[in-house]
Design a protein around this ligand. Structure first.
Ligand SMILES: Cc1cc(Cl)ccc1OCc1nc2ccc(F)cc2n1[C@H](C(=O)NC1CCCCC1)C1CCCCC1
Length: 232
């Protein structure tokens, strides 16, 4: 049984990424807002676009702290951001939903989201994903590294130097793999399960355009930044 050991460099890399991940979170807490009041479909849609717009902005800031990201070709940096923004949004939503909350709060939050205006057909796959993320009980380092691995996906549209992105992603995957073995020694398959969630995430993210245009209201307004990121 080989001894898994995180090197000093990997430890430093993990700290940089986790600190940056924790630093770059959206200011106001959307879960708290949703627990406080019930909103109309229009108000919820506006809340989503506001949250999503600021989430993209913090995502850009976060990527600047990923060692090696700024050394990638500039156009590839943009392609990686555009290609991962929706997945990062759903991953963040899942992590917000799975946070430990006082008893009964998660149920209220789920109810508010079910009634927010999202079309019925997307509610089940979305919550299936949220629950499968919640079951993993990821530590914050795993959450930060999983988001980083998602951003550093080499086969996004328009990425020119895929090898350079692959090398960076592999560096992050190696740290994440070791962390999973050390954090979940009783579950050797944990790392594989974690990566399996990225497949579910990509599938869920395919629906994002329909989810938005089918929001139960007329006249869906988007910010210019979201028009860039969401295919709307
Ligand atoms: C991310 C996303 C994309 C599409 Cl297309 C459709 C929907 C969606 O999020 C659903 C979703 N799942 C959630 C789980 C927990 C939670 F607290 C809020 C959640 N939301 C929405 C939200 O504010 N998400 C933001 C979370 C922070 C990061 C940026 C995004 C709220 C908007 C108000 C109406 C109820 C849903």
């Amino acid at each position: 049984k080989e001894k898994v050991e995180i090197t000093k460099e990997q430890q430093a890399l993990m700290k940089i990424i986790t600190d940056a991940y924790n630093r770059h979170q959206i200011p106001q807490d959307v879960a708290k807002k949703l627990l406080q009041d019930q909103y109309s479909a229009e108000e919820n849609f506006l809340l989503l676009t506001e949250m999503a717009t600021s989430q993209v902005q913090v995502l850009v800031e976060f990527t600047k702290n990923i060692p090696g990201f700024l050394s990638l070709d500039r156009e590839d940096q943009i392609a990686l951001l555009k290609g991962s923004a929706v997945e990062a949004m759903f991953l963040r939503s899942a992590q917000v939903f799975s946070r430990k909350m006082p008893s009964g709060h998660t149920e209220v939050l789920e109810e508010r989201i079910r009634k927010s205006g999202i079309s019925e057909e997307f509610i089940t796959p979305m919550f299936n994903f949220y629950k499968s993320i919640g079951e993993l009980h990821m530590v914050q380092e795993e959450q930060a590294l999983l988001t980083t691995v998602t951003i550093l996906t080499p086969d996004r549209p328009y990425v020119k130097d895929q090898q350079a992105v692959e090398r960076l992603q592999e560096t992050m995957l190696d740290v994440l793999r070791k962390l999973c073995v050390l954090q979940h020694p009783q579950e050797p398959q944990y790392f594989a399960r974690l990566l399996g969630r990225l497949t579910e995430l990509r599938t869920l993210s395919h629906y994002h355009t329909e989810m938005l245009v089918s929001w139960r209201m007329n006249d869906h307004k988007f910010t210019p930044l979201l028009c860039e990121i969401w295919d709307v």
